[in-house]
Every structure is written in C-alpha cells, then in structure tokens.
Design a protein around this ligand. Structure first.
Ligand code: NAG
Ligand code: NAG
Ligand code: NAG
Ligand code: NAG
Length: 428
C-alpha cells in the first residue's frame, strides 16, 4: 500500500501547484464559453453576463489543458472550435469541439514541425479554406488543412505541410498573428517599424517582402496577442484586434484588399480611409501577457491566467469605425481551477463550476446542447494510453485532476510523473 499512497500524495502535491492557461470562445450564435479550468463552461449570450450562470460542458475527450501556448480558435463556418497545443505531451494533436452537440473529438496529425506552439497567437485558421497556418520559430510557415474535419475529427491522421519561410526573421519573435480579408498579419516582428505589420497572402501562398504600414495611431513593434473579429454574415473578417505586451492600447487594425487587384480601393465594406488603418480602444484592465481573447461581432472578451473574464461591448461599429468611451467590464464569474485561482477544492470532472456568481448552473439561457450527447471521440484516449511512460502519466494526471496542468514546468512534471508512475508500477 505504501507506494500507492506515496504516489498519490506526490501526484497531488505536483498537480496542486500548477494550472492550465484558460481560453474563451464563442459559438456562432454568440454564446460565450470558457475553457481550461477544472471544467469547461458555457456562459451564454451577452444579455446574461451581468448575472452569469454557467453550465458545465462535456468532459469526455476534453483536452488535458497542459499546454502553455494553447489556442482556442473558432471555425465560424462549422460552429466548431479547434484547440491547438492543449496537450503538452503531443502538441500536434488538434482537439475539435462541436458547439451544437457539446462533444469533443481528437484529430491526430503527422509531419508536424518539432517547434509548433511558438505563442498563443502563432496559429491562424484561414476563414475561407479552413486551413491552419502556423509560423514556427525555426521551421518556417506550416499549414494543416482542416477542411475535411468541419466539426468532428476524422479517423485518419492529417498531414502538416511546409509552406515557406517567412520574408522576415523570426529570431526572438513571439509570433502574434491574425487575419483579415485573406491576408495574415504578423504584428511585432522584431525590427519592423511601429505601425507596420508583415503580411502573408493566403490565396497566393506568398509572404510580402515588405511590411504593410497602417495609418492612424501607430501600434508598437511589440509582440502580444491578436485575434480577428468575425462578421455576422460569415464573410472573411476585416477587423483585427492587437493587444501588445506593453498594453499601450487595444488596437483595431482594419484591412481589406480586392482579391483580384491589390491596387483597387473601391468595393471595400467600409470607408476607403479605413483600409489598412488603426483605431484604438482602452487597453485591457487585466494586463496579463498570457491572457487570451475572443470576439463576437458584438463583444471582445479576455480571460486572464487567474480565470477572470473581462469584456468590451461593441468594440467596432457596423461601419467599422471605433467609438471612444467604451470600457472593459469584469464578469462576476471566474473560471475555477486555472493558474491564479486560489481554489484548492476537488477538481473532479463532475464538479460544478464554483465561481462567485454561479449558484444555479443547470438551466442557463439558450442551451440547446444535449449534455449527454455522445459523439465518439475518435481514438483520443486510446492513443495516449499506448505510448511511453511520460504520456501515460499525462493521462493519469488529467483524469485525477482535470485541467490542472502545467504552466512553465509542464514537460518537467510530465516527465517526473512518468518516472514516478513507472517506479510505482514496478513496486506494485
Ligand atoms: C526554410 O529554411 C530552412 C533553413 O534555411 C530550410 O532548411 C528549409 O528547407 C526552408 N523551408 C522551406 C519550406 O523553404
Ligand atoms: C493594404 O494592404 C495590402 C497588404 O499589404 C496591400 O496589398 C494594399 O495595397 C493596401 N491597400 C491600401 C489602400 O493601402
Ligand atoms: C449582444 O449581442 C447581440 C447579438 O447577439 C447584439 O445585437 C448586441 O449589440 C450585443 N450587446 C452588447 C451590449 O454588446
Ligand atoms: C472532495 O472529495 C471528497 C471525496 O469525494 C469529499 O469527501 C470532499 O468533501 C470533497 N471536498 C470538497 C471541498 O469538495
């Protein structure tokens, strides 16, 4: 018995000291969700945020949330979310969440570069093609075509493909990328002029040789986080949100290019002077460089590493201008079981969220999701079980303490747990 007890106490000591980096995302009816705590939760429509009521999401096949640079990316066309880098034991796995059926599946991939996961803004899902583009620190730009995946993983592995090396040096760059109008913009590339961003043109698979200058208040040449603001009609996005690590402002960069002729300026869905322009909003209240962001067409949301959630209503008007005078507001709900949370209660997957305002969880607005809906998560559990000591330990730690995962020491702890698990199994 002794080894078993020793194992458990060591496991709990290790898992209690670390926690996941959470994220937020919207479904295409613009209900808000928070992921990566001791459970994943639905918060619902913005009309309910003043008095948040959460419902817990399916735990079957959910990511272990052990990655330090995980990204939760909405596929608007598919009402799905692709989670990248959420399993530190295998960063190449993509977890697919189907919002409509509240179900997870795991997409395995092959040929991933060894240096995936440069930052929490290094991967971009191209709106029109459903292809992920990831700029790595040493291997150049890679792509992964998820057009066959839609809202649930396919049973065969998908292959990453090298695209090309960037036209700029990525040396020391914490990649800060997002898209507008079929162009991927790279903010904060070292040695780029303030107010300019480097560009990859998706439809021509082409890195422009020079950075594009944006008019208006110049954003700093600093890495940070970047996302796009989706459009209600499901067209390509045109507004990009850039939050630099100096928190000087929240920058809204607006871009449109005619697909056939980049010199054309007629036909933009907004005033010509907004093409390649920057407008500003107040900087986030929580100035956490590891926070992550999501947007609906109507709201901008941040979750920081303490699990605290802030939102900025109507960041961009329907004519793509930005009004001054808005502000970030804090939800009276924090996602439990994240990095800064002081919660030390049990974090079993069935525990209901225990945020400050979430007494009644079940009947939250506009749910529509059958809690028990059982889509099979293709092969996710089996895959990790068949691997070495280190990954077996990762699944052990995620079941015993869902969502408690590493920040900086994930790989070390994964390894340590693996050694302990192997040692214990030899003793038992
Ligand atoms: C990117 O550059 C590296 C090092 O110079 C080279 O080995 C690699 O083949 C290049 N990748 C592509 C896709 O051109
Ligand atoms: C906007 O930026 C794109 C990408 O660099 C460029 O092709 C286009 O000519 C620019 N348009 C204007 C009006 O500045
Ligand atoms: C809330 O979302 C709805 C659409 O779901 C939008 O019409 C409305 O403007 C939003 N309200 C605020 C305050 O952001
Ligand atoms: C934790 O779980 C144990 C066993 O299920 C239970 O007895 C205990 O009350 C729980 N503690 C909290 C704080 O929920």
């Amino acid at each position: 018995m002794l080894p078993t007890l020793a194992l458990f106490s060591i496991l709990s000591a290790l898992t209690a000291s670390v926690a996941a980096v959470p994220c937020v995302q919207f479904d295409t009816n613009w209900n808000l969700y928070a992921f990566g705590g001791s459970s994943d939760v639905k918060l619902g429509a913005n009309t309910t945020w003043a008095q948040p009521q959460t419902s817990a999401l399916s735990t079957t096949g959910r990511p272990p949330w052990t990655g330090t640079n995980s990204q939760c990316i909405q596929s608007q066309t598919n009402n799905a979310m692709y989670v990248i880098g959420a399993d530190s034991s295998d960063l190449s796995k993509i977890y697919v969440y189907n919002f409509a059926s509240d179900s997870w599946s795991t997409q395995t991939t092959s040929g991933a570069p060894s240096d995936l996961g440069n930052s929490r803004s290094s991967s971009v899902l191209d709106h029109d093609t459903n292809v992920i583009y990831t700029l790595t620190s040493k291997s150049g730009l890679y792509q992964l075509d998820l057009s066959s995946v839609t809202n649930s993983a396919s049973s065969s592995a998908l292959a990453w493909e090298a695209v090309e090396n960037s036209s700029f040096s990525v040396d020391g760059y914490s990649v800060t990328a997002t898209q507008a109008a079929n162009h991927i913009f790279y903010f904060g590339v070292p040695n780029t002029a303030a107010g300019s961003a480097n560009v990859f043109v998706v439809h021509y698979a082409y890195f422009q040789p020079d950075a594009q200058k944006f008019s208006g208040t110049a954003f700093p040449d600093t890495a940070g986080q970047a996302i796009s603001i989706p459009v209600e009609s499901n067209s390509v996005p045109y507004s990009m949100v850039f939050i630099p690590n100096d928190f000087s402002n929240t920058y809204i960069a607006t871009h449109w290019t005619d697909l056939g002729n980049y010199e054309t300026t007629t036909g933009a869905p907004f005033a010509t002077n907004l093409i390649n322009s920057t407008q500003t909003l107040a900087a986030p209240t929580s100035q956490d460089k590891t926070a992550s962001y999501a947007a609906s067409p109507y709201d901008l949301v941040q979750i920081d590493s303490a699990g605290d959630i802030y939102y900025y209503p109507t960041p961009v008007n329907s004519d793509y201008t930005v009004s001054s005078g808005g502000s970030w507001q804090k939800l009276s709900y924090s996602l439990p079981g994240t990095g800064g949370s002081s919660s030390s209660s049990n974090s079993t997957s069935s525990a209901s969220p225990s945020g400050s305002a979430s007494a009644s969880a079940s009947g939250s607005a506009a749910s529509g999701s059958a809690a028990g809906a059982s889509k099979t998560a293709s092969g996710s559990a089996g895959a990790s079980a068949s691997k070495s000591g280190a990954s077996a330990s990762a699944s052990a730690s995620s079941t015993s303490s869902a969502g408690r995962a590493s920040v900086a020491r994930g790989d070390f702890i994964g390894l340590a747990l693996g050694v302990i698990a192997v040692g214990a199994s030899m003793l038992l």
